[in-house]
Design a protein around this ligand. Structure first.
Ligand code: ADP
Ligand code: ASP
Ligand code: MG
Length: 427
């Protein structure tokens, strides 16, 4: 691998690097041996390494399915006991693969490291990391292998960090150890303008700003778990996304400075998300307190609301729509029909769980007008109806019918000059 370390920005002097390998990168013994090979190369260059691994691809899904065969709504504490096992297998395997190559290595589960989390089983947050054991091993010349996705509570109960949580383990360890760089190795060679599985013309970005990455992750690009990006921002971790399958480039660096290059495209990326559902309450009395009357019970039922739209009132009544995670659709629909509709005196409840959200993201939007109108024009030319719109400084999201998602993403990718064959849009 020619690019490291000179081009990647690390000194030839010893650096402390945290590397995280996702499910497809440790999918079988051969892939795990490949990981050990890369780790060995970095170590031979004099670097200290902490390696975080996910479960083998498909394993976490398999375990969740198994749990559901026992309990339709698995007990969260016990589910964490089960689904954390996937990573315990791969840390042992990787440590063995390293030892087999003659490299001293030691594996740790989250609780052995002492990755302390809160008690929110299946979506726990990291509170504190004890880096002493890892530091001692590194000083003794060992490679430290840590299970991603898991931690433990003050009481010693096993917790998990939410799907995709190994990214967060990686970045959190890098922050705790003040590592020189955190490298997220996956099955694509960086962050692309959009998911390359949906748009083959998608381009790899050399850099993306932290703010843009945060939006992309929160709007559905699962290449990095959002919490890992939040951690990187909070602790200024140097974060890079790279391929574990090929070493031909430097991947994508998440930067903390905005690129002031005038040629910088206005839109950096397009994110999409199929996990949402829309609910509407029609003919609600238009009076103070109505939004609270609708959304307070929804919040009390532990349902997070994303977009909200309230129409202008006509003749004393209005329509109110909002989106929730698709998993919460039925629960929210029942709540609207059984409780909120009678309490508010609304005329009708409507629901649609076949929607998706498509979002344009780019810091360039701050200084350029016309992005929204170009987006709406592009969608109208494809005959796609927009159901909801929401904007912030650096993003525009629309809700559309799920069946047009790919068409919309492709059309927008082209219209905004993101396709690999075309030059970036300038205005
Ligand atoms: P891992 O198992 O390594 O954590 P993930 O499946 O969680 O990998 O994330 C990598 C996947 O993210 C890619 O295979 C790709 O399909 C998807 N993805 C979604 N949006 C993007 C994007 N903008 N750039 C790159 N990959 C993306
Ligand atoms: N194995 C966990 C999952 O599939 C964590 C991860 O891969 O990041 O969600
Ligand atoms: Mg992932």
């Amino acid at each position: 691998m020619g690019f490291f370390p000179a081009q990647i920005g690390l000194q030839t002097v010893m650096a402390l690097i945290v590397q995280k390998y996702g499910g497809t990168s440790v999918a079988n013994p051969e892939r795990i041996k490949k990981v050990a090979e890369r780790v060995a190369r970095f170590r031979a260059q004099g670097h200290q390494l902490v390696v975080v691994v996910s479960a083998m691809s498909g394993e976490t899904d398999r375990l969740i399915k198994l749990a559901k065969e026992i309990q339709a709504q698995p007990d969260p504490r016990e589910l964490d006991v089960m689904i954390s096992t996937g990573e315990q297998v791969t840390i042992g395997m990787l440590a063995m693969a390293l030892i087999e190559r003659g490299i001293p290595a030691k594996s740790y589960t989250g609780s052995q490291v002492r990755i302390l989390t809160d008690e929110a089983h299946t979506k726990a947050r990291i509170l504190e990391i004890d880096e002493q054991r890892m530091r001692a091993d590194l000083d003794a010349g060992k490679v430290v292998v840590v299970a991603g996705f898991q931690g433990s509570t003050e009481e010693g109960d096993i917790t998990t960090l939410g799907r995709g949580g190994s990214d967060t383990t990686g970045v959190a360890l890098a922050a705790a150890l003040k590592a020189d760089e955190c490298q997220i190795y996956t099955d694509v060679d960086g962050v692309y303008t959009t998911d390359p599985r949906i748009v083959p013309e998608a381009r790899r970005l050399e850099t993306i700003t932290f703010e843009e990455m945060l939006e992309m992750a929160s709007l559905g690009s699962k290449v990095l778990q959002i919490r890992s990006v939040e951690f990187a921002g909070k602790y200024k971790v140097k974060l890079r996304v790279l391929s574990s399958f090929e070493d031909k480039n430097d991947g994508t660096l998440i930067t903390f400075e905005e690129n002031t290059n005038m040629e910088q495209p206005i839109i950096s990326g397009i994110a999409f998300n199929r996990d949402e559902a829309k609910l509407s309450l029609l003919g609600v009395p238009d009076r103070p307190g109505i939004a609270y009357g609708i959304l307070a019970p929804v919040g009390q039922a532990n349902v997070d609301v994303d977009m909200i739209i309230q129409n202008i009132g006509v003749d004393g009544s209005t329509d109110f729509s909002f989106t929730v995670h698709r998993n919460d659709y039925q629960k929210t629909l029942d709540l609207l029909n059984n409780t909120i509709k009678p309490e508010t005196g609304a005329r009708e409840v409507r629901g649609d769980n076949k929607i998706c959200k498509v979002s344009l993201v780019g810091v360039g939007m701050r200084s350029h007008a016309g992005v929204a109108s170009k987006m709406f024009k592009t969608l109208s030319e494809e005959g796609i109806n927009i159901q909801m719109i929401s904007t912030s400084e650096i993003k525009i999201s629309v809700v559309i019918d799920e069946k047009y998602m790919e068409l919309a993403v492709r059309a927008l990718h082209k219209a905004f000059g993101l396709d690999s064959a075309t030059p970036p849009a300038k205005g």
